[in-house]
Design a protein around this ligand. Structure first.
Ligand SMILES: [Zn+2]
Length: 218
């Protein structure tokens, strides 16, 4: 039996999954979400529609990859777990195949500093990790590399990953990254857009930290 608090945390994952369609960041049930749970990780199960998902369906995994209590985790559990292990400041991971992020990822293009909001992802670019087959250790390694110093990345010919200190933060950033991707794809129809300097992005990042305006609603 789950405690009321544990049930609530698992329900927040189910709710976030269901909100992905309305937020425009999901394609079918390709999205998956994980949340740090003490020393373990909670993650969405594989092959279950969001409508049918209940808190009891959410899988708990140990940091060594062992499933607690049974069930099958999302096929992408490897990179979720690797991120939780490598990035202690991250407590939530959102992975999805939103159309504009994936369009750029198919072209093996990251997002350059076209708009100051790119600073919300932790730097002056959102990198695109080289392609590797879904669910593999290689994909996990490539994602960790692309996420160095960043809270989001694209995955070539696949989709995107957004990180957060909490689930609301990761969901917020996922929407911001898809918005930047949409804007960049539009710009590319007109030509190569002019870019902001790295110095200006650092300036923006400082201001964001000071004002606390550009962060997820809490
Ligand atoms: Zn995927």
């Amino acid at each position: 039996m789950l405690s009321p608090a544990a049930k609530k945390r698992r329900q927040s994952i189910v709710d976030a999954c269901r909100s992905m369609n309305a937020l425009g960041i999901n394609q079918g049930t390709s999205g998956n979400i994980s949340l740090r749970e003490g020393g373990d990780m909670l993650i969405t199960p594989t092959g279950l529609s969001y409508d049918a998902m209940t808190p009891e369906d959410i899988i708990e995994m140990r940091m060594d990859g062992k499933v607690v209590g049974g069930g099958r985790p999302s096929t992408e559990w490897r990179f979720h777990l690797a991120i939780m292990r490598e990035r202690p400041e991250v407590n939530a991971v959102v992975h999805a195949h939103p159309t504009y992020c994936t369009t750029l990822a198919i072209m093996e293009r990251g997002i350059p500093p076209i708009h100051y909001m790119i600073a919300a992802a932790g730097g002056d670019s959102i990198r695109c990790a080289p392609y590797a087959t879904f669910g593999t250790e290689e994909l996990s390694t490539n994602a960790i590399q692309a996420l160095k110093g960043r809270m989001a990345c694209l995955l070539a010919h696949h989709g995107m990953i957004a990180l957060g200190a909490d689930l609301a933060g990761a969901m917020w950033l996922a929407v911001e990254v898809e918005t930047l991707a949409h804007q960049y794809v539009n710009c590319l129809q007109l030509g190569e857009p002019p870019l902001l300097s790295s110095e200006e992005i650092r300036n923006v990042a400082d201001r964001m930290a000071n004002y606390g305006r550009y962060s997820a609603p809490r």
